[in-house]
Ligand binder design. Structure first.
Ligand SMILES: Nc1ncnc2c1ncn2[C@@H]1O[C@H](COP(=O)(O)OP(=O)(O)OP(=O)(O)O)[C@@H](O)[C@H]1O
Length: 268
């Protein structure tokens, strides 16, 4: 109690700012690593830390010595393990949230290309799965496909999903204004409440939006229907205009659209 009093007496406003800065950095880092392999590595490190604590408590000298040495170099180990995430975090600091006029028109351009591609694919009943990565890193999923680093153009997206294309199976992942990869394998939703008419394409769309903040567009091969899946909910896009508006809503977080038919509200 006395210690708490001393702590409070010495507490300065600058300390509050210090704590807030660390909290923001930690939060941004967790957002970026969530849904990636790095997240599992983070759990691994926490498990090792617990083991270290146990080894100290029960005086297991050898184990404790090994783990002590491991944790002495933790800072360097973290940089090596999370280099991709640290890189994306640094990039996202420079391009953070303040999406100005330029950023918006760039996004609008991407949206127009995706809308045009989806409309053509829908007319021809060609299936498609398009993922827009947002804050949650999807590196482990884009690395499951073929790396493209290609500009976003409706013709390119259209060609990828043609059944005779070697990349048509799986999803394309768009991030940072480029098609990062095609033919990516996404995690399937394990939710048993999903409409049983939904096949694996839609389950994959649902799966990725349950574990990340990605915005996913699906074109059904069977019906030609276009849906947007976001936060584990499908929204039926009846026409191009709605698709455009909803992509703007979820990607730019501009809310100028009214309610739309949600297909199968699924909460993880
Ligand atoms: N885990 C996955 N990750 C990415 N894409 C997948 C995954 N599973 C299936 N797909 C894609 O979905 C296609 C199969 O779709 P399927 O017909 O099973 O699903 P669906 O939801 O009924 O879609 P559709 O209405 O287009 O038929 C595969 O050819 C593949 O391109």
């Amino acid at each position: 109690m006395q210690q708490l009093g001393i702590l409070l007496a010495n507490f300065r406003v600058i300390d509050l700012l210090d704590i807030a800065a660390v909290a923001i950095i930690m939060y941004r880092f967790l957002l970026i690593v969530q849904g990636t392999r790095a997240y599992q590595m983070l759990f691994g490190i926490v498990a090792l830390a617990m083991l270290w604590w146990v080894s100290q408590f029960y005086e297991l000298y050898s184990l404790s010595w090994i783990l002590q040495n491991f944790f002495d170099y933790l800072f360097i180990i973290l940089i090596v393990l999370f280099q991709d995430q640290i890189r994306s975090a640094l990039v996202s600091i420079s391009s953070t949230k303040i999406i100005g006029r330029n950023g918006r028109s760039k996004f609008d351009q991407q949206i127009e290309e995706v809308v045009a591609a989806c409309s053509a694919l829908s007319r021809e009943r060609t299936g498609a799965l398009i993922v827009f990565e947002k804050n949650h890193g999807l590196l482990n999923y884009s690395s499951s496909g073929t790396r493209l680093d290609s500009r976003i153009h409706s013709d390119i997206i259209y060609s990828i999903f043609q059944t005779n294309s070697p990349l048509h199976d799986g999803a394309i992942i768009i991030y940072n204004g480029v098609i990062q990869a095609a033919g990516c394998f996404l995690p399937l939703s394990k939710n048993v409440e999903i409409d049983r008419h939904f096949g694996t394409r839609h389950r994959a769309a649902l799966g990725i939006t349950e574990i990340s903040d990605a915005v996913v567009v699906t074109v059904s091969e069977e019906t030609g229907r276009i849906n947007i899946c976001y936060n584990g909910v499908f929204h039926y896009m009846e026409n191009e205009d709605l698709l455009r508006k909803y992509l703007r809503k979820f990607l730019l977080e501009i809310d100028r659209v009214g309610p739309v038919e949600s297909v199968g509200r699924i909460t993880p």
